[in-house]
Write a protein of this length. Structure first.
Length: 206
């Protein structure tokens, strides 16, 4: 796959709802496709609890891994539930893939969500006419693809796609053979970002 990337603003309450959905179907020996892959957040969950009531801790961190916002603690939402966070996700998920709740957020308040698809809004039926169902962010105009704001090194995939973003990131962070990515996958009991309480204790809010 090479999904497009989509920018969305969501509230703290919606962020918690989104992460809850991501772990709602997790069970011993089963990690469904909806299980979230995340950055700039950390969370803990208990898969033995009822679905949509599994996340115990959820925080937002900066690029130095410092906590800058506590969203949930002890299973409860913390602070103003209407405060917002700007996020990026796959267009597939923004469209409701894997039953993610983003379309409902957009329907409720398109101005707040302010959806931007980096690849633009496609002409789904190829008729050259901007149809209402093609107005995915509900702003009433056809949004074109975002122009690449820098001269990228990776050119095998279009700017605004997940593969291009990953390739540009690797070039920036792991640019040479002697600095190539070589980190082993982390076992669940040592995972600091997504803490499955079946394998370890919760240290998110410590």
């Amino acid at each position: 796959f090479n999904n497009g990337l989509t920018l969305l603003s969501i509230t703290a309450e919606q962020l918690l709802q989104t992460i809850e959905h991501g772990v709602a179907a997790t069970a011993p020996g089963a990690t469904p496709g909806q299980f979230p892959q995340v950055g700039s957040v950390k969370f803990s969950f208990d898969a033995t609890r009822p679905a949509n009531n599994r996340v115990l801790s959820l925080v937002v961190v900066d690029n130095q891994d410092k906590v800058i916002d506590v969203v949930a603690k002890n299973g409860e939402l913390v602070g103003d539930p209407s405060r917002t966070f700007r996020t990026v996700t796959l267009t597939y998920l923004a469209d409701g893939g894997d039953d993610y709740p983003f379309p409902g957020f957009l329907e409720a308040n398109p101005t707040l969500v302010d959806r931007i698809d980096l690849l633009g809004e496609p002409d789904l039926d190829g008729d050259g006419i901007f149809d209402i169902e093609e107005d995915v962010n509900k702003n009433g105009v056809k949004d074109e693809a975002i122009a690449e704001p820098f001269e990228g090194v990776a050119n095998f995939a279009p700017f605004g796609s997940e593969q291009d973003a990953l390739a540009e990131y690797f070039h920036q962070v792991f640019p040479t053979a002697d600095r190539a990515f070589d980190r082993a996958d982390t076992e669940p009991e040592f995972d600091e970002r997504i803490q499955n309480l079946a394998f370890r204790e919760d240290t998110i809010n410590n």
